[in-house]
Design a protein around this ligand. Sequence first.
Ligand code: SIN
Length: 279
Amino acid sequence: MKIRPLTGVLGAEISDVDVREPSSFKEIHRAFVKYGVIAIRDQSVTPEEQIRFAQKFGEININKFFTPHPDYPEISLIIKEPQQRMAIGESWHTDHSYDVVPCMASMLHTIEAPEVGGDTGFSSMSSAFGALSESMKNFLRGLSAHHSNDHVFGYTAKKQYETHQDGRVLNSELAVHHVIHPVVIKHPLSGKECLYVNKDFTTHVEELSEAESESLLQFLYRHASDIRFTCRLRHAPGTITIWDNQSTWHTSINDYDGYRRIMHRIVIKGSPIQSSLPR
Ligand code: SIN
């Protein structure tokens, strides 16, 4: 197996491996924890084989909002057709931060990729947190934030977004999730401190006024999307990309109008969020 880091902070490309081979998993999992996001190239897997590979990371979360694969409910279809303008997941986010126990990882198997564009961007939340001043780190460690999916998947979004109107996003009545998580978490596998707010799902900081919360979140979003914390992954048919939702953000880069892009997506359940503060 060859592992090639993409940047100094996160991301790696893996080649010369077959994910169906049980003995390969230990090293793949180590790379996933170390790099936050991995792209395993040239995998020729069926939906059943993708599901089996995903189950090695943990139990699968059956997604409620994205179109399910007609034969495999564990797999959601993330599709953009040539005539569609909006992509799913266009702004920086962390999957399922609105859940009481958010998911640990997400996996995309590229079925069809545009000739150009359609990459996914990732940002390291441990590097972004680590680059802040000690005073800011201490301030953030004492805060918690509200997360919700109503404005993204609920009725208001249904009226607003092409992805809801054309049937790629479903079940707006189920968008009722609302939780509070620490702003800084301790990663369950690496033990690193990671920023845990994101533009899509975080609504406000519990301990601050509306104006203070808005200014702080805008500052953190600008800071954590700085290019030095990011990497960009090019997809190709057969690539399996897996990312860690507690240590990274991601964004689907929508620069491929006129092309089709099809992904088979699986989300893997996680463990309860831990605050970075000692109990
Ligand atoms: C997602 O946000 O889960 C999808 C990312 C992508 O399609 O690049």
